[in-house]
Design a protein around this ligand. Structure first.
Ligand SMILES: [Zn+2]
Length: 109
């Protein structure tokens, strides 16, 4: 998003999830994961964007706070995401870990 201002970035297709066309910028799911996690998705390093759900589907497991690199989804996007999958694979402590981490200044919210 180097030379795009916020309004352009909002409508620029590179922010759309490649699989489901969710606007990841709009949904707060603009994030970066560790290289090995992204590689597991089968996409090239700058091959596009995926929403949290589609990335998890591609790598075949739930994401954890340790999977993210420099850029994290917004806390609200993450909360919505793990709430949506509550009752499945994910332990409830994840949100607390997330909140503790983002309080340390890692959030891009
Ligand atoms: Zn998606």
């Amino acid at each position: 998003m180097d030379d795009l201002d916020e309004d352009e970035a909002r409508y620029y297709p590179r922010f759309f999830c490649l699989d489901c066309r969710t606007d990841t910028c709009e949904s707060g799911e603009y994030y970066m994961v560790a290289d090995n996690v992204w590689a597991a998705s089968g996409l090239a390093p700058n091959g596009g964007m995926l929403c949290l759900v589609c990335l998890e589907r591609r790598i075949g497991r739930p994401l954890t706070s340790e999977d993210f690199a420099a850029l994290w989804p917004t806390a609200s996007a993450w909360e919505r995401h793990i709430t949506a999958r509550a009752g499945s694979a994910d332990p409830p402590e994840q949100l607390e870990i997330w909140q503790a981490n983002t309080k340390e200044g890692l959030s891009n919210a």
